[in-house]
Design a protein around this ligand. Structure first.
Ligand code: ADP
Ligand code: ASP
Ligand code: MG
Length: 423
């Protein structure tokens, strides 16, 4: 008998029929003798619907703490509804089941509304239920801060709830059930020839998630790494009554042992991100303190910066470009125009929201040279202009025009032989 955490995403919870299927699957696991904690997302489309309603009432991002607090009050209800429905479906299957909102089992977070971080989980109440033979359903995506305010963990945050709960409960395994049957070499919706990986190293998964592969929220991977939570991504669309031993081996396992990957490909996956925008400050005097002057103001406004480049100076002037999340683009532009442009003596600030970032990821890149140059060659052969480049030990990212994203992903997927298993 083991303690197992299941997480079901929005599509997997998308209708009463699908919720019934989830209940049957969970009941199968419980009847096989496991203690079960289940973390559902809101039914598909519900979070967007709720946030859309708020936007109708206040289309301008106020950025005020008050507004964000209410967004979390609002968005958290999606998971509360789906959790209650799942508990009802489990009871209809003859299981004893109870559902809890995050605050009821003390999923404590900081107070950063809409992007809160889990700080601790008090598992006492959950353990008592499990010991009494109940299946426990806990809302994904949400928590409570020290002052008792409901918080949410950022889009895709139910993954993080599940892994954090698995870590706190010292679960045997955390299974992330979703609408694809594992982690692929790239998003199978963009490249139909993408191949499912049987295993992916924790480090690669961390990069893929941070570079835009939304199959797992980045913080869930961070938690899994920090607490060594065994983590598997698998399909919720297999028949619920498939053999449990087979099911437990399906999908993609996130591994912590690098040796298992020794024989594998140099590049394991391709990630892309359409959520960034580029800002260029042109004609900046080339003198010490410039990067700090520009990016310090951005950081003070709590805006995250990703890729940064500064060009060679000509006549004592240089251009400075960086990317931010598209949601924060307008805020960053306003801030730069109001605060930085007048004091810096820069000529102009230009923005571009029609960009995307495409990245190749692989721990094999550590020991192979020429991988990045091959990437640049492939893109040039497709006539794709590279606007920015950023590299680290196990990844190379390029910023390109958004309209070439799919072409770039497919060309790279082919060039790095990702459609064939490594030999
Ligand atoms: P859920 O609602 O279950 O959390 P998400 O939509 O958040 O599901 O994540 C699953 C989706 O992630 C898939 O449908 C797929 O389009 C996308 N995805 C992006 N990159 C990958 C990848 N490398 N492997 C598998 N799926 C990926
Ligand atoms: N319902 C939330 C979202 O749509 C959280 C999640 O699905 O993981 O982002
Ligand atoms: Mg998700």
């Amino acid at each position: 008998m083991a303690l197992i955490v299941h997480k079901y995403g929005g599509t997997s919870m998308g209708s009463t029929e699908r919720i019934r299927n989830v209940a049957k699957r969970v009941a199968k696991w419980a009847r096989a003798g496991h203690q079960m904690v289940v973390v559902p997302s809101a039914m598909s489309g519900e979070t967007n619907r709720l946030l859309g309603l708020a936007k109708e009432l206040a289309s301008q991002q106020t950025g005020s703490r008050g507004h964000d607090r209410e967004l979390d009050m609002l968005a958290s209800t999606g998971e509360q509804a789906s959790s209650a429905l799942l508990a009802i479906a489990l009871q209809a299957e003859g299981m004893e089941a109870v559902s809890y909102a995050g605050w009821q089992v003390s999923v404590r977070t900081d107070s950063a509304y809409t992007k809160a971080r889990i700080e601790s989980i008090d598992d006492e109440r959950v353990r008592a239920d499990l010991d009494a033979g109940r299946v426990v359903v806990i809302t994904g995506f949400q928590g409570v801060d020290d002052a008792g305010n409901i918080t949410t963990l950022g889009r895709g945050g139910s993954d993080t709830s599940a892994v954090a709960i698995a870590a706190a409960m010292k679960a045997h395994e955390c299974l992330i059930y979703t609408d694809v049957d594992g982690v692929y070499t790239t998003d199978p919706r963009v490249e139909p020839d993408a191949r499912r990986l049987k295993t992916v190293s924790f480090e690669e998964m961390l990069e893929m998630a941070s570079l835009g592969s939304k199959v797992l929220q980045i913080r869930s991977v961070e938690f899994a790494g920090k607490y060594k939570v065994p983590l598997r991504v698998l399909s919720s669309f297999t028949p619920w009554d498939i053999d449990i031993v087979e099911e437990a081996k399906s999908g993609t396992l996130i591994t912590f042992e690098e040796d298992e990957k020794m024989e594998q490909a140099v590049v394991s996956g391709i990630a892309f991100n359409r959520d960034e925008a580029k800002i260029s400050v042109l004609g900046v005097p080339d003198k010490p303190g410039i990067a700090y002057h520009i990016l310090g103001a951005i950081a003070d406004a709590n805006i995250e910066v990703d890729v940064i480049i500064q060009n060679l100076s000509k006549d004592g002037k240089t251009d400075f470009s960086f990317t931010v999340h598209r949601n924060e683009f307008a805020k960053a532009m306003d801030l730069l125009k109001a605060k930085v442009l007048p004091t810096l003596g820069a000529a102009e600030i230009v923005g571009d929201t029609k960009i995307c970032k495409v990245s190749i990821v692989g721990i094999g890149m550590r020991s192979h040279v020429g991988v990045a140059s091959k990437m640049f060659r492939v893109l040039s052969e497709e006539g794709i202009n590279i606007q920015m480049i950023s590299t680290s030990e196990i990844k190379t990212s390029v910023v390109i025009d958004e309209k070439y994203m799919e072409l770039a992903v497919r060309a790279l997927h082919k060039a790095f032989d990702l459609d064939h298993p490594p030999t």
